[in-house]
Design a protein around this ligand. Structure first.
Ligand SMILES: C[S@@+](CC[C@H](N)C(=O)[O-])C[C@H]1O[C@@H](n2cnc3c(N)ncnc32)[C@H](O)[C@@H]1O
Length: 321
């Protein structure tokens, strides 16, 4: 399970093997359901996807690589700053495989990193415990806990150095990534947050060629109109005194001068840590999505984007003139 190869798209076989080995370690048939929504939970901060769906995330291998690399790199950075103690990693929403952390427990000692693993679903927690025991990784573990991470209380005597979570979909829709990140980072404001930044950009595209893939296609007609939402530690901490997270609205005007045939799409970019980035189309998390707007809009009009932090989180737009 040693991750040696550097280039991300060449890592598919290794990542498949990693997922297969983890799945073999647990009784995968007991975990998988025919319907991917079976076992999901609606929480006050958004949808916690089912264990079956969470296992499928492992197939999104570029995503997995960039999150593992981010965590590895962040742990080494913390080790440099605090060489006497292991980096404390809080991993919220492990799914049944805890795939963003388990590989690192093989290449880092318990003196370099200790992990606290959380998930809302008992099935996932049982599975992670099984993997940790079977692979004899207990020395790297603080606790493995079934809990809604939104309600998790950080131990002030031993706060996390790194908080990692991937509880999201493209455009930060449906799942509670933002609300849970806010709750955790405000308890441990010095921690490194992974992903470091999630940006949602409004781009006008030509739908006739945008979705055709001919290798690295530089000929796509796009007009970038700006960021509709940026989530990072600074942005979340700016809201630290508010019990309820309210993010600032962002207005973007659609220029009158651009071609009429272009369609407005939202593109998600995820900087997991430093230079480790998931760009458009790298992952299911970075596929472009349509805008959810209160009405049809025309060139020259201005859209205001508001991220709703509710039990159904989503980025909503409305026309303001
Ligand atoms: C998209 S899956 C990702 C699984 C795994 N981390 C991975 O990267 O493959 C999200 C996981 O987060 C868990 N989850 C969602 N909301 C949660 C919450 N509020 N507290 C704890 N776990 C949560 C779900 O149960 C699910 O296992």
């Amino acid at each position: 399970m040693h991750l040696q190869v550097e280039r991300v798209y060449t890592l598919k076989p290794q990542m498949n093997e990693l997922a297969q080995r983890l799945k073999k370690t647990v009784d995968i048939d007991k975990l998988l359901c025919d319907r991917i929504d079976e076992g999901e939970t609606a929480t006050n901060a958004g949808l916690a996807v089912s264990p079956t769906m969470a296992i499928m995330c492992a197939d999104d291998y570029v995503r997995t690589v960039q999150f593992i690399r981010a965590l590895h790199s962040a742990i080494l950075d913390v080790n440099q700053l605090k060489p006497e103690t292991p980096a404390q990693v809080l991993y919220a929403g492990t799914g049944p495989l805890a795939i963003l952390a388990i590989p690192l427990m093989f290449i880092l000692t318990e003196h370099q990193a200790k992990f606290t693993l959380l998930d809302l679903h008992q099935v996932s927690i049982d599975s992670v415990e099984q993997i940790v025991n079977a692979l004899k990784l207990n020395k790297s573990i603080n606790t493995i806990e079934k809990i809604d991470a939104f309600n998790y209380q950080v131990d002030n005597n031993n706060p996390p150095d790194i908080i990692i979570l991937e509880i999201m979909q493209a455009c930060l829709a449906k799942e509670p990534q933002v609300a849970v990140s806010h709750r955790l980072i405000k308890q441990a404001p010095k921690a490194i947050l992974i992903p470091q930044e999630i940006k949602i950009e409004l781009i006008m595209v030509d739908s006739n060629n945008e979705f055709e893939f001919n290798g690295e296609d530089k000929s796509k007609m796009r007009v970038r109109l700006g960021s509709a939402l940026t989530i990072n530690k600074e942005q979340l901490l700016a809201q630290v005194n508010k019990e309820k997270l309210v993010l600032p609205a962002i207005a973007i005007q659609i220029p009158k001068t651009i071609p009429q045939y272009l369609d407005a799409k939202l593109f998600t970019t995820i900087k997991t840590y430093k230079h480790h980035v998931l760009k458009e189309y790298d992952s299911g998390l970075t596929y472009p999505r349509a805008i959810s707007c209160d009405r049809d809009f025309s060139l020259g009009e201005t859209l205001e984007f508001n991220y709703q932090v509710t039990d159904q989180p989503r980025l909503k737009a409305h026309v303001i003139n």
